[in-house]
Design a protein around this ligand. Structure first.
Ligand code: TRP
Length: 363
């Protein structure tokens, strides 16, 4: 995820999306079968506790509510802003392993990789004809991602990947996309593509658009920072990964940055490092971070770290046990992905057939 500078326009769209997200959360509980969820991750590194609290637990919640869920392991997105794929296969398996360990059930949720689904990728072609280069160049998330690459020229794929992401969502006709706020411009682009496809090509056979409009479902969890109080990033060594052991977690938290005030208070603006540790403990314990701070009182950073370490290791214990079992059975993880890919291919072929009919290219 990328931090994107916010303009007036964007904050209006953020407000709208937040309001709509609340509405949808209420509807989800009442009528889960009205939704199909599509979301996913770029396999660029191992998942960490930010993903666990920010996205994984929400996906498991949606799946268990009975919402039809599809997860994309976005392997083609890896090459939007870098030269090679890196250790892609290991990363893909590691991602699927964390999905399963977190409680994603392959009987309920389809897990697939881009590169295995030709019909999904083919949708990119007609979709690209529906957007202008000016629209693509305006996308604030793409701009921020380009800046993060420090002087690298914009690749054609980086410029157009929001359209590819629209294909991720539309190939399975998802109408709900749980994402962070950096992804809102992409969901808006997806809605534009769906609407313009309908305007230009009309409907296949049924009297409804081929593609439904998709909504973003914003994550409610506060963003967790790294152990130094800044944005989590592997290169800064401030990340607690889900694959770490309890000991490694304790060590990482021992090194966590705090401040010199022994009296622990929850004050995210003035004490970001201490407050971040309190926030993590709060998520694990299901408690208000300010309450935890009060309980620690004058116990200082040592007591705070003890509380966070115990709470986090307890919360992740089950995940780690299951992770260990899955790592010991790579054939199983591979078979989950193969079945997911087969299923996604069926869905994508059916949608592409409708697209060919709508475009009068069914020969
Ligand atoms: N770009 C998303 C991220 O970095 C991952 C992703 C790929 C995605 N395809 C998607 C998210 C489709 C939602 C819908 O987090």
């Amino acid at each position: 995820m990328t931090d994107t500078p916010t303009t007036g326009d964007q904050s209006a769209s953020l407000e709208r999306t937040v309001a709509r997200s609340h509405q949808i959360n209420a509807e989800l509980a009442k009528n889960p079968s009205a939704f199909r969820v599509l979301t996913g991750d770029r396999p660029t590194g191992d998942l960490h506790i930010g993903h666990y609290f920010g996205s994984l637990s929400n996906r498991v919640r949606l799946q268990n509510l009975g919402v039809d869920t599809v997860l994309v392991v976005a392997d083609y997105q890896v090459i939007t802003d870098r030269d090679g794929v890196g250790p892609i296969k290991d990363r893909v398996y590691s991602l699927v392993t964390d999905y399963l360990a977190a409680g994603i059930d392959p009987e309920k949720t389809v897990i697939f990789t881009h590169s295995a689904i030709p019909a999904l990728n083919q949708l990119m072609l007609p979709f690209l004809s529906l957007v202008t280069d000016a629209e693509l160049r305006r996308n604030p998330t793409v701009k921020a991602e380009l800046e993060d690459t420090e002087g690298r020229p914009m690749s054609g794929l980086l410029l157009t990947y929001p359209v590819h992401q629209a294909a991720d969502i539309l190939f399975c006709k998802a109408n709900l996309v749980p994402v962070g706020k950096d992804q809102i411009p992409h969901i808006e682009m997806c809605r534009v593509v769906a609407r313009r496809f309908d305007e230009r090509y009309g409907r296949a056979e049924a009297d409804r658009p081929v593609f439904p409009p998709a909504d973003a479902l914003l994550s409610e969890a506060a963003m967790i920072l790294g152990t130094d109080g800044t944005k989590m990033s592997k290169s800064k060594g401030n990340v607690i990964e889900l694959k770490m052991t309890a000991d490694e977690t304790a060590k990482a938290l021992k090194k966590a940055v705090t401040d010199s005030d022994r009296h622990i208070t929850y004050d995210p603006v003035n004490r970001p490092e201490v407050s971040n540790l309190l926030a993590i403990a709060g998520l694990c314990l299901g408690q208000d971070p300010a309450q935890i701070a009060e309980e620690i009182g004058d116990g200082g950073a040592g007591a705070l770290k003890k509380v966070v370490t115990e709470a986090l290791n307890e919360t992740l214990a089950e995940h780690r046990t299951r992770r260990g079992e899955l790592v010991a059975d790579p054939g199983y993880v591979a078979s989950v992905l193969q079945r997911g890919n087969a299923h996604a291919n069926e869905i994508a072929e059916a949608t592409l057939a409708e697209v060919r009919t709508a475009m009068k290219m069914a020969y």
